[in-house]
Design a protein around this ligand. Structure first.
Ligand code: NAD
Length: 299
């Protein structure tokens, strides 16, 4: 794997996959973005186009840079072809263990023997995912933050068998992408979500118990704790289904009641209120606009 210009496959073109594909393509790598859902690929392309336009408008890149970035990016619904000549695969599909195990088994069968298989999972054990492959030394967590083109952190998670060589390559690559890698070990939720998700869950419980309204809870945390975004707004941004999945991994992994997801979060996910991606969560969101209003259920 030569860090200069690599063939990269990104599996999953949702909230995170489009940003990961964007960042790799902008840094000079050829990227094949894969999703089982053709509509998700179209949405991802539109998002990448819009985000590159913003960078051009801010004079952070030129129109030629935008065109070159797009020329390095292809999309497909066929994983085998995208992965068969990849030097690195970054999996960013739905946060479900059974799905990730299946995808890693397929990736392992299709990718060249020396390819690194990374996962962007927020919480699932890297060691468990690696066990679905015949190359656990080359499986690693590469946990980007949302929105990927803006956020600097990459949490680099070593599974039980991840080799030093794999870790060193992923750390170097993260730096080449303009990110700051931080190495952590493989425990449920790693560091970022072990700390973030209980806070978000507590904000949802505070709303559920009527301690304060949506806007008030977010305002307290923004003004009082200098958070750039309140926890309920952030939960919408992450995806309430993703928050619920992560809390379940923490709850199952540590076996402690403090990680039990708030019943309101469970209800909202069951009702399809997933936040930004579905248009409504704690707030109502309009695609392409930063304006938000508190959702009717809470106003
Ligand atoms: P998402 O629901 O927005 O997108 C997931 C995508 O995966 C969907 O487009 C879906 O069609 C696709 N998919 C499902 N099965 C697939 C398959 N077999 N092959 C290819 N594509 C498939 O989810 P997301 O928020 O982008 O999360 C993706 C991963 O990134 C999860 O592991 C999540 O925990 C992690 N993550 C999310 C955030 C966040 O803020 N949302 C932040 C960091 C990490």
């Amino acid at each position: 794997m030569s860090a200069a210009s690599m063939k990269v496959a990104v599996i999953g073109a949702g909230t995170m996959g489009n940003g990961i594909a964007h960042v790799f393509a902008q840094s000079g790598h050829s990227v094949s973005l894969v999703d089982v859902n053709a509509a998700a690929l179209e949405r991802a392309q539109a998002t990448i186009d819009r985000n590159l336009d913003r960078l051009v408008a801010k004079e952070r890149i030129t129109a030629e840079d935008k065109a070159a970035t797009l020329s390095r990016l292809t999309t497909t619904t066929e994983m085998h072809g995208a992965v068969s000549d990849a030097e690195l695969v970054v999996e960013a599909a739905t946060e479900r263990l059974d799905l990730k195990l299946k995808i890693f088994e397929q990736m392992d069968a299709s990718a060249p023997a020396d390819a690194i298989l990374a996962t962007n999972t927020s919480s699932i054990s890297i060691t468990k995912i690696a066990a679905a492959t015949k190359r656990p030394d080359k499986v690693i967590g590469m946990h980007f933050m949302n929105p990927v083109p803006i956020m600097k952190l990459v949490e680099v998670i070593r599974g039980y068998s991840t080799s030093d060589a794999t870790t060193e390559k992923v750390v170097a690559l993260s730096k080449q992408l303009g990110k700051v890698p931080v190495e952590v070990n493989d425990y449920p939720g790693f560091v970022a979500n072990r700390i973030l998700m209980p806070m978000i869950n507590e904000a949802i419980c505070s709303l559920h118990e009527g301690v304060a309204g949506v806007a008030e809870i977010d305002e307290v945390m923004k003004l009082g704790m200098a958070h750039p975004m309140g926890p309920l707004h952030l939960a919408d941004f992450i995806g309430l289904d993703v928050c619920l999945s992560i809390l379940r991994v923490l709850h199952d992994g540590f076996g402690q009641p403090k990680y039990a997801p708030c019943p309101l979060l469970v209800n909202m996910v069951t009702a399809g209120k997933l936040g930004v991606k579905s248009g409504e969560g704690f707030y109502v969101h309009t695609r392409g606009s930063k304006e938000i209003t508190v959702a009717p259920a809470f106003s």
